[in-house]
Design a protein around this ligand. Structure first.
Ligand code: FPP
Length: 304
């Protein structure tokens, strides 16, 4: 859910006139006041896209990189504040052939170098989540460069999840919280044990490890949770993507393969999202049932 801590100064310049005619038809059916704050996408199907055309897998990835640019530019035209793309998972890094991993790294560098100008023209800010410090140094350098070059932009933030895994993110968050506790004890000039004992160990730990604290140590602490998760290529899986953050997100799965996905399809996913009733674990607005008469009264309960 969006909180004030997540709201950025967001420039609401109207660029809807830059949508294609096809996109405009779908956009005009949307309620602009209910555009999601954050859409995250599991981009899948590059390999199948290439296979269907008897092409090598890397050509599917190359085409997939084109889709990234089309989609983020449409996102920026409709003032979508946050778009997060699952570009390279920890599992991709560990389980794909080295040649494919090194092609993906080269593609990422190329993508950043060739698209920074377009990012700036579209007021898009680049960011990353994941264990990015484990990526090759030249890739990290280009990532930092693209981030710096686009840092002043105030439109859509495009976050690429790179060498990302949600379980490892939660592990990293737990480790950060322990480090925070140690730093707090050092600052007070006492041992961690003494600091915890002074408050009562259980209370001291509860005060320092709760849902807001875990969230504050995730890579995504600075952004609102996704409202909508899109997955391409028809698989109905989350694949270790933002598990904590998508607790109440709506999920939209399309059979379309990522290299065929365009801004138009993002708008269609948002149109579908706007038809959903979000409940966050509560009851929908249309539910106002009178339960009296269904449940036993206190007197009936007392009678057994
Ligand atoms: C899945 O396709 C997709 C990925 C491995 C990650 C997405 C990568 C890109 C879109 C390309 C580069 C991105 C950027 C930002 C430059 P798959 O190979 O798993 O497809 P398959 O399931 O059909 O084999």
């Amino acid at each position: 859910m969006s909180t004030p801590q997540h709201s950025r100064v967001f420039e609401r310049s109207n660029r809807v006139h830059e949508l294609s005619a096809e996109e405009r038809v779908v956009y005009d059916q949307l309620d602009p006041a209910r555009i999601p704050q954050h859409v995250s996408i599991i981009m899948d199907g590059n390999g199948r896209w290439a296979g269907k055309r008897a092409l090598k897998r890397f050509l599917g990835h190359q085409q997939g990189a084109e889709s990234v640019q089309f989609v983020v530019e449409t996102a920026s035209r409709i003032n979508l504040p946050w778009l997060t793309l699952y570009a390279f998972s920890l599992e991709n890094n560990l389980r794909r052939p080295k040649t494919e991993v090194s092609f993906l790294m080269k593609l990422l560098r190329n993508y950043l170098v060739s698209n920074v100008k377009r990012m700036n023209d579209n007021n898009i800010r680049m960011a990353y989540i994941g264990r990015t410090h484990e990526l090759p140094p030249d890739v990290q350098e280009t990532m930092r460069w693209a981030e710096d070059q686009t840092a002043k932009n105030t439109g859509t933030t495009l976050t690429l999840a790179l060498n990302y895994g949600s379980r490892s993110e939660i592990v990293d968050s737990a480790r950060t919280l322990v480090h925070r506790m140690i730093a707090e004890a050092h600052q007070r000039g006492i041992s961690l044990e003494d600091m915890l004992a002074a408050e009562g160990v259980d209370d001291a730990i509860k005060n320092r490890i709760d849902e807001p604290q875990v969230g504050s140590a995730l890579y995504t602490a600075h952004m609102p949770d996704p409202d909508l998760v899109v997955r391409t290529s028809g698989e109905q899986r989350i694949s270790n993507f933002l598990l904590w953050q998508i607790a109440y997100a709506e999920i939209f799965v399309t059979d379309r393969l990522w290299p065929d996905f365009r801004g138009l399809h993002l708008l269609e996913a948002i149109a579908d999202y706007q038809c959903r009733e979000r409940r966050f674990g509560g009851l929908g607005e249309s539910t106002d049932e009178d339960l009296s008469g269904v449940l036993p009264t206190e007197a009936e309960l007392a009678r057994g």
